[in-house]
Design a protein around this ligand. Structure first.
Ligand SMILES: Cc1cc2nc3c(=O)[nH]c(=O)nc-3n(C[C@H](O)[C@H](O)[C@H](O)COP(=O)(O)OP(=O)(O)OC[C@H]3O[C@@H](n4cnc5c(N)ncnc54)[C@H](O)[C@@H]3O)c2cc1C
Length: 512
């Protein structure tokens, strides 16, 4: 966004809470952290030189490699002079008279700006559930989303890991290799696909780079912002041999392409059941202990309704002597004691506990900033019943405030880099449009916004996604309204809608 606006001759200042660039890849330094969209797709496309120069080494890049890449981008485009690190933004107030925002920073100082763009991240507000007794626990605690930069040595320790979502799946096998004992506390079993990560071959890199522009364009107009093959036929009428063959191929290929095996897997329960059954069969083949296997296959929601995880030796790890799985459905955590974790059935002495408990997703980082718009109205109050946006880009009553990958846009249901670039382009163009016409402000019209919110909800209701208590729905945060936040209409369709709004002179936005 900085690069885009700077190239259009705007004065831009970026405020970042951390003391380095990289966002997700700066904070999530836990062992095993990797992207789960292929590296050559999970990267910027805005500069042909950049995408040709940079050499990814693995199918799914590690966190250190992605962080190196993002630092390279900051240097290559000379972004650092306009980025102010260690500067949390705490509040923002809009003044109707001047059509300017006053932005309050952590050190008590303020800056004024015509436009405020929240690039605060969908998964940047780490969340530790409130467990009784946690403050009295004498061991060490870590959150995967706020991992110490100089690493953590777990060798010889008894380690507890709470949470088996994407981060838990990545961290568990690596901790298990080092720790004396690893106790995994699982509330909800996930569906984990083998990543089948491998070094990228010179030939593969060359083939993609030769065709990069075309492939990027393909991803932009796809369902989820990747080059995944999506078969356009339903499992409902497919012969069992074809179903088996597709799933076996998907399992062998790794990654989450398996979800594209048929076109009704996210909408038809019976079709989804065929995939769930296949995946449970694979888990049972891998995991030797029958009780553990049962706990890992007790998913009570459709495949894909919670984020699919990619793992390396995830299920195999539960065959290790030093790993134990605790089913929190059978024995919920009662509290922390000074020595460890006590469930309703037992006490587990632990020298360290890792919270892989995820994030206050999509709205957490936005609402952490105390934002007041037209007439002093508060965004926190406006969104108390769930986020209201037009296209996920802006909210009525808050002029000149934009969200990158905001709630109501495909965001976390996509290759997020593709979604980020689309929003950056759209917002950049809109701001240029306003400048050209000497317009001081823009904001969604209430009617357009409410129609969009209804459309986002209807789209989700037509799928199986509402059948899981997921973080997409805010279900991981007690008291958070249950609203399906990302837009499920697909990255390409969404882009088309945004382009149409632009072409229709920003239909649904009131400018003045
Ligand atoms: C472990 C993990 C793995 C992921 N893997 C993938 C993947 O494979 N594919 C994919 O598409 N997506 C993935 N994601 C989602 C990922 O968040 C996005 O892909 C992408 O990194 C988001 O970039 P961003 O710049 O929008 O936000 P972030 O990278 O989250 O950056 C936001 C930044 O804003 C800062 N910030 C927030 N609030 C404030 C404030 N008030 N004041 C100042 N600074 C603030 C934060 O410190 C942070 O540095 C993953 C997320 C996690 C957590």
């Amino acid at each position: 966004m900085l690069y885009r606006l700077r190239n259009a001759d705007f004065t831009v200042r970026v405020f970042e809470a951390g003391d380095g660039v990289g966002g997700t890849w700066y904070w999530n330094r836990y062992p095993g952290a990797r992207c789960d969209v292929e590296s050559m797709e999970y990267s910027y496309s805005f500069s042909e030189e950049l995408q040709q120069e940079w050499e990814w080494t693995e199918r799914y890049a590690t966190q250190p490699e992605i962080l190196r890449y993002l630092n390279h981008v900051a240097d290559r485009f000379d972004l650092r002079p306009d980025i102010q690190l260690q500067t949390p933004v705490v509040c923002a107030d809009y003044d109707e008279g001047s059509a300017l925002w006053t932005v309050g920073l952590g050190d008590g100082s303020t800056v004024t700006a015509r436009f405020v763009i929240m690039a605060t991240g969908c998964l940047s507000q780490a969340r530790v559930p409130s467990f009784p007794g946690l403050e009295a626990y004498r061991g060490r605690t870590y959150h995967t989303g706020d991992w110490p930069a100089d690493g953590v040595d777990v060798s010889g320790l008894r380690v507890g890991i709470i949470g088996t979502g994407s981060s838990g799946v990545q961290v568990i096998p690596l901790v298990a290799q080092e720790a004396a004992a690893t106790v995994v506390f699982q509330r909800t079993p996930n569906f984990t696909m083998p990543a089948r990560n491998a070094p990228l071959t010179v030939e593969k890199i060359a083939a993609i780079k030769a065709d990069y522009a075309k492939l990027r364009e393909q991803a932009r107009w796809s369902g989820n912002g990747t080059l995944r093959v999506n078969y356009d036929e339903p499992a409902a009428t497919a012969p069992p041999e074809l179903i088996q063959q597709r799933y076996e191929a998907g399992w062998a290929f790794g990654g989450n392409d398996i979800v594209g095996s048929f076109n009704d897997l996210t909408t038809e329960q019976m079709s989804n059941d065929t995939l769930a059954g296949f995946l449970r069969g694979k888990i049972r083949q891998i995991v030797r202990d029958s009780q553990t296997s049962q706990t890992l296959t007790a998913q009570d929601y459709p495949v894909g309704a919670k984020r699919m995880c990619l793992g390396t030796d995830y299920y195999e790890t539960f065959n290790r002597e030093n790993v134990r799985l605790v089913d929190l459905r059978g024995e919920p955590i009662k509290d922390f004691t000074p020595q460890g974790i006590r469930t309703s059935a037992a006490e587990y002495p632990l020298e360290a506990v890792i919270f892989a408990t995820g994030f206050d997703a999509m709205t957490g980082a936005i609402l952490r900033v105390d934002i007041h718009g037209r007439g002093g109205r508060s965004l926190r109050d406006d969104w108390a019943g769930g986020p209201h946006t037009y296209l996920g880009l802006a909210s009525a009553g808050f002029p000149n405030l934009f969200f990158i990958t905001g709630p109501g846009s495909p965001s976390v249901l996509s290759n997020v880099v593709v979604s980020i670039e689309q929003h950056v382009e759209w917002i950049g163009e809109h701001i240029e449009y306003l400048r050209k016409r000497d317009l001081a402000s823009t904001e969604p019209e209430v009617e357009a916004q409410e129609q969009w919110v209804a459309h986002v909800n209807d789209t989700a209701a037509r799928t199986l996604m509402m059948k899981a208590a997921s973080w997409y729905l805010g279900a991981n945060v007690p008291g958070k309204p249950r609203v399906f936040m990302p837009y499920l209409g697909g990255v390409g369709n969404y882009r088309r809608i945004c382009d149409e709004v632009t072409a229709a002179d920003y239909r649904g936005f009131a400018t003045g």
